[in-house]
Write a protein that binds this ligand. Sequence first.
Ligand code: SIN
Length: 191
Amino acid sequence: MSANTIEENKQRGHFADADSLWLFGYGSLIFKADFPYLDKTPAHIRGWTRRFWQGSHDHRGTHEAPGRVATLIEQAGALCHGVAYHITPDVFDHLDYREMNGYLRFTTTLTFQDRPAADGLVYIATEENTAFLGAAPERDIAAYIQHKEGPSGRNADYLKDLAAALRALGAHDDHVFEIEGHLLALEDNGR
Ligand code: SIN
């Protein structure tokens, strides 16, 4: 079932009164920045790991056939690489709409390569949201997403674009690269 987090995110109000803030992107926000930003730079956060465990009814799937997209799962000692955008709070309306299917705004500490760490914002779909699909083996996730598609495009392209963007950042992600490997093998086999 799809979720709608727009109202809850408005009430959370993190950074709403700030002149500007850092947004951490780890999924489609890495490779699709359809919003204005003041600056963009590689960053990582600690204690979270990227997983294709969130259902997508509005972007890479449909209500009848939801796709699978990235969310973050808490894991002690984990490090998640992504991209930080320096934004102004007026971008929240757009971001809350884009991330409305289960994602809530959380605060987190961003570590940068070229400047001091700073607190910022990240959208996370926790397991309580009704669109959460949960864990599955990487091979099964690849088979699941292979033919899913939604208004934002093919689910397989979300995975491949993310893998390419992580490589461009010099970041390794076992989970994403393993799904990609299975997906490419399925495509090669014409299945
Ligand atoms: C993100 O990219 O940071 C959030 C998840 C997504 O939109 O794919």
